[in-house]
Design a protein around this ligand. Sequence first.
Ligand code: TMP
Length: 207
Amino acid sequence: MVATGLFITLEGGEGVGKSTAAAGLAATLRAEGREVVLTREPGGTKGAEAIRGLLMNQEIPLDPLAQTMLHFAARADHVAHSIRPALERGAIVVCDRFYDSTMAYQAYGQGVALEHIRALIALVGLKPDITFLLEASEFEVKARLAARASGSDRYEEMDEAFFTRVREGFLAIAEAEPTRFIRIDASHAPEQVVALLRQALRNKAGC
Ligand code: TMP
């Protein structure tokens, strides 16, 4: 079946406010009467959330290529059982991270070959219509991470150099696909970031 909905993803490093922005955008679109599926990666289905548990647990050592494949295993289930059916019935899907995160974290951050990840992307066979790259200053990000109550996971434990590679990776990915990506200054207050997203969506997709 042909997908008729709209597939929106939000990307960025840790602490840029992606999850809050995704929830705010979903709420805004729902208030306008649209069907919205708000979801996240890794996760979004029972199977993918179980894989997330494994991926986030830093007590279980996993080779970067194994992490890559687990991210894509979770994604395959998420796409098959949540995202694709939602798009087929015409819903807007707002997804907190998608395959660009694997490119940024596992390829640029952890050194997995770009072509391996490109091959897995082709296998999944679903590309976002619009991807927002949220960016905030290092100062802002540090303040937000310090304010977080939750414990750290596998990736939050990484060093500064890793996060610099991830940030540069996201920029390179966005520059390579300027028609899909929209860069958003996420250093504003959450409601302003949501307003920026809503306006950008209107400009880009006309809805
Ligand atoms: P988050 O729910 O806070 O965004 O956490 C997910 C973590 O997993 C975050 O540190 C980014 C990382 N991640 C990857 O390394 N590769 C991926 O493909 C995805 C989706 C997330």
